[in-house]
Design a protein around this ligand. Structure first.
Ligand SMILES: C[S@@+](CC[C@H](N)C(=O)[O-])C[C@H]1O[C@@H](n2cnc3c(N)ncnc32)[C@H](O)[C@@H]1O
Length: 237
């Protein structure tokens, strides 16, 4: 099983602080639930990380599968479940390219900053997700919009070759060609302190410089996102 490692896998306490600081008002969940009501559904969290969000989804959905391939993330996920037993949540130690679920068994799949990076590299996983989605059910992919906001500016400054001027347009074209609609969403990253800012931001921007950290406009940073929504056709043929 191959996977893209995330720095939070080897620094659980910083990852936990970053999760609490990201979208503290829960706008991402609200946006997804407006597109697809979760109540009574069978939900798949793709690239679930430490399970922070999967346990929240389990408060609304009837059943949640947390799919995660990295053993270090799985260890964090199992620790969370040991502390907060959640009978309607099952862990799947696997990647998006090979999902151990039956065809048409999922009502809502969510990939939050995981696996789906808006390039053809994610097509094998997309085919797998289409297989497990029931007719009429949905996949929501949450991704950064590096063209806007404080976090977008930081992404462009730290990784100019990756987040060029055409990044957003190219990703929109990719997702639309696959049948997704795009929903812009403005959230915030509310950092707890100046002292922790570098440590937390380095999880997503390992190459951030001291000068880029010093230039941050404050502790509350605007973080502009895109929620891409794909609804599987109800035609089964
Ligand atoms: C940036 S983290 C996001 C985790 C979580 N969704 C969140 O919002 O906190 C990306 C996650 O995707 C996982 N991942 C990497 N490769 C994957 C793959 N091929 N299939 C599914 N998940 C993968 C990583 O192990 C990591 O847990």
């Amino acid at each position: 099983m191959s996977f893209l490692p995330y720095p939070g896998a080897s620094d659980p306490s910083s990852y936990e602080e970053l999760l609490a600081a990201s979208d503290p008002d829960g706008l991402i969940e609200r946006c997804i639930y407006r597109l697809v009501p979760p109540h009574g559904s069978t939900l798949l969290d793709i690239g679930a990380g430490s399970g922070y969000h999967a346990l929240r989804y389990a408060q609304r959905a009837a059943r949640v599968y947390a799919l995660e391939p990295d053993p270090r993330m799985l260890a964090q996920l199992y620790r969370r479940l040991a502390a907060l037993p959640t009978p309607n949540l099952s862990v799947l130690a696997a990647g998006a390219e090979d999902i151990p679920l039956r065809d048409a068994s999922i009502d809502l799949a969510i990939a939050r900053f995981a696996y789906f990076l808006g390039t053809p590299a994610c097509l094998p996983g997309l085919a797998e997700v289409r297989r497990v989605l029931a007719p009429g059910s949905s996949l929501c992919v949450v991704d950064y919009d590096p063209s806007r906001g404080d976090i977008g500016a930081l992404a462009r400054a730290v990784y100019p070759a990756l987040f060029g001027p055409d990044y957003r347009a190219e990703h929109d074209i990719f997702y639309r060609a696959q049948g997704f609609s795009a929903h812009p969403l403005d959230t915030v990253l509310r950092l707890p302190s100046r002292a922790s800012a570098g440590r937390l931001l380095r999880l997503d921007f390992p190459h951030i410089s001291a000068a880029q950290l010093a230039a941050l406009p404050g502790l509350e940073l605007s973080c502009c996102l895109l929620v891409y929504h794909l609804k599987k056709s109800i035609k089964t043929a």
